[in-house]
Write a protein that binds this ligand. Structure first.
Ligand code: AMP
Length: 594
């Protein structure tokens, strides 16, 4: 049976799983890791870095590294990394390529197909971009499924025969809530709501700002103007946040964060959990509003819910749990690994599609209302930009619906069918998805032509629109897709080739340098913190090369210590100290190399 991958393309981390002999296996990378940082970078030498390596580079070269690309999906944003330019979907494609390669290495067979998860509240364009990213990575994306739905699918295997659950999925960049009814093997989503711009990244940013203010008070230096320090602070903020999920206080210490008058400046402070909670509480309160909205859409109250199923790394935050308990008064279920349950759900769905014997039926809904702009009338005359809903939100997918409209004015030469998604009564507050023009209309009085607008919303959450006027035998159609897409087949091939070329050269370079990397553990520290000049790098590499050959443990430790000091002092920009340590390291190497 052909294997189909289940992929969680997350904001912070991504993972890949597959069903083997009826059970789900999350596939590990070459280092035995199941979660791959969703980070892509280009090194100064032009080498492609994806995952852990890219995350390491982030602290030293944030400008050549992309994190949280998921938040840019569905936009035309361009990333410029060391003289190369990428779209968000190309960056996502590189992460998917890494996951594909990892799966192929683990399974020892080529893989061509995947199911990829997206936030339930992802827009049509964001879904299209995700699908195309898969294609650019050489994967046919046979299904896009919603993240909380994937989590619910896994939960079904742990549930009683009949349950109504609320899936609360708070990850690194996005938040979703779904109301799900489980009856036997059927997992039916009744309603979803969410926010594509809310997650752990926002909590990190709040903490980062707090640390910036503390540093400014301590040293009178504004770190906002120092990209390297900001990148380091981002990492410290996330570590502090994670620490505060377990402990009431976190000591924050970071040396050589900046310098003033050639004197290195260190950050040293303590953050307590109450302080952190105060910062994030307003953001978390907004998730409770989404819960109420989803409950209302499902025509439920909290009393109808049996359990709250937690998904996403940010649900480990104690305040999240406290607010959920207070708001819903229901038990929380966290026994499925919140980092991996979405991946596992994607794998189950992939297994079902591959024909694995899994008893499971999934019913999902559309997260948004879909419709067209129309012109209304009131006592004062025309009222433009009204939103006429064709598919209301939370309709079970796949769904096809039609509405008939007519020409509002006499003798119109063309008619615009303007497609939107959203919940506002006027289109101004909704998201524009695309447009179809029906051209060359014959002269006709107002309201005499009938135009049937047909919406097909498929199981991947992707919309096809047709506008047809039988009176005049005209039919136009549109697959809602990114404004810069769909890429034509030759364009896709071209981008695929470009990514493949980058991928292959990086692999070669990686192999060249791999043995060096394994024998030089402090290089990790180096890559995390700073970039060295060629001379400094040379000196450091000489030290690394000689380190494994030193038999005397004390001597080896002294050299390691000196190398670390060297790295730290370079970071401080203290020219005098750098010169002093360069000389010291050169002397030691001179002695050792004899
Ligand atoms: P996900 O998108 O599900 O992988 O979630 C990633 C987010 O969860 C990131 O923002 C992480 O910082 C956050 N996270 C992971 N573990 C914890 C923890 N123990 N406490 C707080 N946040 C966490």
């Amino acid at each position: 049976m052909e294997k189909i991958l289940g992929i969680d393309l997350g904001t912070t981390n991504s993972a890949v799983a597959v069903i083997q002999n009826g059970t789900v296996t999350v596939l590990e990378d070459e280092n035995g890791e199941k979660l791959i940082p969703s980070v892509v970078g280009i090194s100064t030498k032009g080498k492609l870095l994806v995952g852990t390596e890219a995350l390491r580079q982030y602290a030293a070269s944030p400008e050549s590294t992309v994190k949280s690309v998921k938040r840019k999906m569905g936009t035309d944003h361009k990333f410029h990394l060391n003289q190369r330019t990428f779209s968000a979907l190309e960056i996502s494609a590189l992460i998917l390529k890494k996951l594909k390669a990892q799966a192929e290495a683990a399974l020892k067979e080529p893989i061509k197909k995947a199911v990829i998860t997206v936030p339930a509240y992802f827009s049509d364009r964001q879904r299209q971009d995700t699908k195309q990213a898969g294609e650019l990575a050489g994967l046919e994306v046979i299904r896009i499924i919603n993240e909380p739905t994937a989590a619910a699918l896994v939960y079904n295997f742990h549930a009683d025969t009949s349950e109504k659950v609320l899936v609360f999925d708070l990850g690194g960049g996005t938040f979703d809530v779904s109301i799900v009814e489980i009856v036997g093997e059927v997992t039916e989503v009744l309603a979803s709501h969410g926010n594509n711009m809310l997650g752990g990244d926002d909590f990190d940013r709040k903490l980062q700002n707090l640390l910036i203010q503390t540093f400014q008070k301590q040293h009178g230096v504004d770190l906002r103007n120092e990209p390297l320090a900001m990148a380091r602070l981002e990492r410290i903020a996330e570590q502090t946040k994670i620490h505060l999920s377990e402990y009431a206080f976190a000591d924050v210490k970071e040396e050589f964060l900046s310098q003033k008058d050639q004197v290195p400046l260190h950050l040293s402070t303590q953050v307590d959990r109450d302080e952190f909670e105060e910062l994030i509480e307003p953001l978390l309160k907004s998730t409770l509003q989404s819960i109420d909205r989803a409950l209302q859409d499902a025509e439920f109250t909290e009393n109808d819910i049996d359990r709250v199923v937690l998904a996403g790394g940010s649900t480990r935050i104690p305040l999240v749990r406290k607010l959920l308990k207070e708001h819903l008064g229901k038990p929380l279920y966290d026994e499925i690994n919140p980092d991996l349950c979405v991946t596992m759900g994607a794998a189950y769905q992939a297994g079902i599609l591959a024909g694995e014997p899994i008893d499971s039926i999934l019913v999902d809904v559309t997260p948004y209302s879909l419709g067209v702009a129309t012109i209304g009338f009131d006592l004062n005359g025309f009222v433009p930009n009204q939103f006429s809903v064709i598919i209301p939100r939370n309709t079970v997918v796949p769904v096809s619906r039609s509405e008939v409209y007519s020409n509002p004015l006499d003798n119109m030469e063309k008619i615009l069918v303007d497609v939107y998604q959203g919940e506002q009564p006027t289109v101004d507050g909704n998201i524009h998805l695309g447009e179809i023009w029906i051209m060359d209309l014959p002269p006709a009085p107002a309201e005499s032509l009938k135009i049937e607008v047909h919406f097909d919303f498929d199981v991947n959450g992707i919309l096809n629109v047709t506008a047809e006027s039988r009176d005049i035998d005209k039919k136009e159609s549109l697959t809602i897709s990114p404004s810069n897409s769909p890429l034509s087949a030759p364009q896709i091939l071209k981008v695929q080739e470009r990514l493949e070329e980058l991928w292959e050269t990086s692999k070669e370079e990686e192999q060249d340098g791999s043995s060096e990397q394994e024998t030089t553990p402090t290089k990790k520290l180096l890559e995390e913190k700073i970039q060295l000049s060629p001379d400094q790098q040379d000196l450091y590499d000489r030290a690394q090369a000689i380190l494994p050959t030193i038999d005397n443990e004390d001597e080896a430790n002294d050299l390691k210590q000196l190398m670390q000091e060297y790295v730290q002092v370079i970071q401080s920009d203290n020219v005098e100290k750098i010169e002093q340590l360069t000389e010291e390291l050169s002397d030691v190497l001179y002695y050792l190399e004899q």
